[in-house]
Write a protein that binds this ligand. Sequence first.
Ligand SMILES: [Zn+2]
Length: 298
Amino acid sequence: MTPPQPLIETRTVGAWTVHAIQAGGQRLDGGAMFGVVPKPLWERRIPADDRNRIALGMRCLLVEHDAGLVLIDTGAGNKETEKFYEIYGIENAGTDGPTALEDGIRAAGHRPEDVSLVINSHLHFDHGGGNTVRNRDGTVRLAFPNARYVVQRGEYHFATHTNERTAASYFAHNFVPVHEAGRYHFVDGEHEIVSGVRVLPTPGHVPFHQGVLLESRGERAFFLGDLVPTAAHLPLPWIMGYDLEPLVTMESKRRILQRAMDEEWLVVFEHDAEHAWGRVRYDGKAYALDPVEAERAH
Ligand SMILES: [Zn+2]
C-alpha cells in the first residue's frame, strides 16, 4: 500500500500561496468513519478493503502569510510504535526528514524552523501528533522550534483530563511539551490569530474543535479539520461514529456549510484521500462538492 498522492497541491488564496500537504495515509474502519450511515450507502462513495477499512489522508495546510509561515494541523508524527501505526493504517514516514509532513514542507521550499505559527484544529493524535518529534536518542523536541502554537483553551484542558472514551486519542507527548516550553497561545472561541487568519469554534467531534478561516483580498478558504473529514461527509447526517456529540456536529455543519456556500469558500478536507479542496453546493437534497483543481501538484 502507498500513501495517497500527490504530496503537495498548491494554489493561491488572495495574496497568499497555500500548500495542501498530504502528511500521510490512514486506514480506518469504514463503519466508524460513517456513524449511522449503512455500509451499502457509504461504500458507494469510499470503497472498503478486506478488513472493512477505508483509505484516508492526513492533510495539513501551509500558508505563506506575509507575517510568516502558518501551518494548520501537523499529522501523526513519529513518536508511536510500529504496532500503533499498523493498527490505524498510518503511513507517514518521511524520505528525508522524520515524517511526510516535513518532506512536504521542504518540497514547498521551506524548513520546519521557518514556521512561525502552528494552529491545531484539536489535539487528537492524527492532528497534533506532529507538534513534537522524537529524536534518535528517544528525547522529544518541538517539531517547529520557532513557532507559536494555537489551540482552544478548552481543548487543551479536555486533552489533559481524559476519560475511558477519550483517552485513546490524546497522548500527552503531543502537546504537554509545547505547553511546558511556554509556546501555547490558548484562545477562547472565535479569534483572529494574525491578519486574515481566524479560528472558528466548530464543536461536535470534540467539544472545543475549531476550524480555520483564511481571508485575503476577498477570497476565503476554510480548513474543516474533523468537522467534515472527507467530501463524502458533506451531507448533514453523515457524521463520524468517533464524534462525541454528533448532534452538535450536525449544527456546526449546518452553520458552516451554509456560509461556505453563500460566501463561496474554498473548503479544505483533512482526511480525504483524493480531494484536497473544493466548493460547496446544494444539489436539492444534500450538500455536495464542486472539486477545484490545484494550480500545481507534485
Ligand atoms: Zn479527531
